[in-house]
Design a protein around this ligand. Sequence first.
Ligand code: NAG
Ligand code: NAG
Ligand code: NAG
Ligand code: NAG
Ligand code: NAG
Ligand code: NAG
Length: 644
Amino acid sequence: MKLSAVAIASGFAALALAAPAPTSYVVHEKREVQREKWSRRRDIKLNRDAVIPMSFGLAQRNLENGYDFLMDVSHPESKNYGKHWSMEKIADTFAPSLETLDFVKSWLMESGIEDERINLSKGRNWFKVNVTVEEAESLLRTQYHVYTNVQTGKDHLACDDYSVPVHIKEHIDFITPTVHFDATVKQKKQRRDLQTREMKVKPFPIIHPNPNAAPQPQITYSLANCDEYITPDCLRALYNFTNGTLAVSSYGIVEYTPEAYLQTDLNLFYSNLARQIPSGYAPTTDLIDGAIVQTSTQSFDDNGESDLDLQYAISLVYPQNVTLYQTGDTVEGASFNNFLDAIDASYCTSGGGDNPTYDAIYPDTEAGGYTGAENCGTITPASVISTSYGYNEADLTAAYEIRQCNEYMKLGLAGTTFLYSSGDYGVAGNGGECCTKAQCAGGTYNSGSSGTFNPSFPATCPYVTAVGATQIKPNTAVTATAPEEACQTVIYSGGGFSNVFAIPSYQSSAVATYFKSHKPSYTATQYNNSQTVRGYPDVAANGANYVVAVDGSLSLVYGTSASSPVFGSIITLINEQRVSAGKSAVGFINPTLYANPSAFNDITSGGNQGCGTNGFTAVAGWDPVTGLGTPNYGKLLEVFLALS
Ligand SMILES: *[C@@H]1O[C@H](CO)[C@@H](O)[C@H](O)[C@H]1NC(C)=O
Ligand SMILES: *[C@@H]1O[C@H](CO)[C@@H](O)[C@H](O)[C@H]1NC(C)=O
Ligand SMILES: *[C@@H]1O[C@H](CO)[C@@H](O)[C@H](O)[C@H]1NC(C)=O
Ligand SMILES: *[C@@H]1O[C@H](CO)[C@@H](O)[C@H](O)[C@H]1NC(C)=O
Ligand SMILES: *[C@@H]1O[C@H](CO)[C@@H](O)[C@H](O)[C@H]1NC(C)=O
Ligand SMILES: *[C@@H]1O[C@H](CO)[C@@H](O)[C@H](O)[C@H]1NC(C)=O
C-alpha cells in the first residue's frame, strides 16, 4: 500500500491542529545494536514513502493480578487447587481495557493516522497500521535505518530506540518493527560420538541402521553401567518410578523444523531399550504452520534433538500418548510465539501477535514456504509440554519476554505444565558466551572467558519449570537414594539469576536460605545479586550419557535437552494417577514443588562454571545449579495425590 503525498501532508496538518500543547515523550524501548552481527547500511537511503506494517501491542488488563490468580489454582494450600480456568475466561480477564483502546487510538488519530487505516486484531490486543517511514519516525520520535546481518546478508529495518507520549506508555507493551533484532531459537544439546569413547567402552557394538536386517547381537545395558550409559531403566531406578499403564494423560513435545525425528531411529531405540513398545509406534503429530516432519536432510543436527526427546518421552510414559508439536515450515522455521499462537487464539489474534524479527510470519512470502494461514488457537495443548530449545535472555527485549512469560501464566491457569531446559553452558549463555556489560545490557556477548553471567530464557520466566542437569557420580550404584552431582561432563547445568524477572514468592524462602547459608562470592558485576530476582533452574534430572538412536546408530547424547523431557515424563505419570483418581492434571507445579523439597533428591556437589568463573555450586537446599534437586516420583506422587 502506498500513501499519497497529499494524504501524508493532510495527516501532518491534522497533527498540528489537534495538538496545540506539545506532548512530552518518553523512551519506551532502547537497544544497542550488536556491531559484530549487524552492520548499518549507510549507503542505503530509506525511501520516506516506504510502507512499514506496524503493530502496537496493547497492554492487557489484570496482568498485575495474574500471579495471584495462578497461585489460587496452583498453590498446594489453596482451596481452589486444580480448578483451572477455561480459555474463554482467561481471554476475557486479560483483554485490554476500553480505556487502553481509546488512549492508543486517539494518539494515533491525533498523529494524523486516519481511523480507517487502524485495524484492531480479533483478540483486541493489537492495533495494526500501515505507516510510511516518515510517519513512523514522527510518531515514535526516532530514525529508522537498514541493517545487514553480516552472516546471512539479510537486510533488516530497525531503530535504536523509540518513544511514546508519557500518557500512552502504560497502555503499550511494545511496538514493532522497532528495536528488535533477529535471534534464532537455539537448541540445547551436545553430543559426543560413541566413536570417541569406544576405546574406553568395549561392549558397545555399532548397531546396524536397518531395523529389518538380521537381529544384531544385543548389548547388555544394565543398572551397573548407568554412569556410562543412561537408558530408560536407569532413569526409572534413579527416580523411583515404573512404567505407565493407563493411557489417560497427555504429554506434548515441541520441535522446531527442520529438526525432525526418524521413525527408523525410534524403532531402533525401541528394539534396544524399550522392548515393550512395538516397532512403528509413533507420536501423535500436530503439524503447526505448514510444518513437515522432514526426512530430506539427515544429520545429528537435523535429527538429534527430536530423536532424543521423543525416544525418552515415549519410552517413559508409554502407553500414554505423546503428541509431537512439529512447528514451522522448512523455509522460515518458527519460534515459541508461533507455537503459543497455535494453542491460544487470544495470543495469536490473526497474525497480529508476533514480532516479525523474532517470530515466523505465515503465510510465508519466501519461495517454497508455507502459503496457508498460521495456526491460531487450532491446537489443543497437552497437559504437560516440554521444550528443549532456548534463547539467552539478552537475545530478546524485556518487553517481548514479559509478554511471552505472561502467556505461560495464562496457560498455567488453564492447567498446562510448561517445562524448559535451563541451558548447557552453566552461568554462560548459548555457545558459552557471556555478556560484555552489567545485567547483559545491550545484549552484546564475548567469547566467554570473562564477563557477566548470561541467563537463559524462557527458563527465567517464573511461570515455567526450568530443568537443569545432573550426572551419576562415576562408579556409583544407581538407586533412588544415591545422590547424583551437577552435570560436569561435556555440559554444565544452566543456572543463575534473571536480569528481567522479579523473584516469585513461591521460591523466595528457598532463595533466601541459599543466600543466607551459601552466599556466592561474586558481585553485581557478574550477576544481579539483589536477591529480588528470579533464580533458576527449579529442578534437575540426569543430562549425561543418554543412549539415543540417531541416524541409524546409537550415540551418547548430553544436555538439559534430555533432562526436561524426563522431568516432564514424571509429571505425566503423576497426571496419569491423578486423572484415574478423578482429579485434574497438575498444571503449574512450581508452588507445590517448592513447598515439598523432601520429594527431591537434594544435589549437593558439582558446579556450573562459565564466564571464567567456577559458576555457582550445588549445595544443600535449592541452588542455582540443580534447583531443588532430582525428582523422587514415589514421593512426588504422594504429594500431588494428596491435593484436591
Ligand atoms: C497493510 O498492507 C498490506 C499490504 O498491502 C495489507 O495486506 C494489509 O492488510 C495492510 N494492513 C492494514 C492493517 O491495513
Ligand atoms: C482488520 O481486522 C479484521 C478482524 O478484526 C479483519 O477481518 C480485516 O480483514 C482486517 N483488515 C485489514 C485491512 O487488515
Ligand atoms: C491416544 O491416541 C489414540 C490414537 O490417536 C486415541 O484413540 C486415544 O484417545 C488417545 N488417548 C488419549 C488419552 O489422548
Ligand atoms: C518397563 O518396561 C521396560 C521395557 O520393556 C522393562 O525393561 C522394565 O522392566 C519395565 N519396568 C517395569 C517396572 O515394569
Ligand atoms: C537487580 O534487579 C533489581 C530488580 O529488577 C533491579 O532493581 C536492580 O537494579 C538490579 N541490580 C543490578 C545491580 O543489576
Ligand atoms: C519410592 O516411592 C515409594 C512410593 O511409591 C515410596 O514408598 C518409597 O519410599 C520411595 N523410595 C525411595 C527410595 O525413596
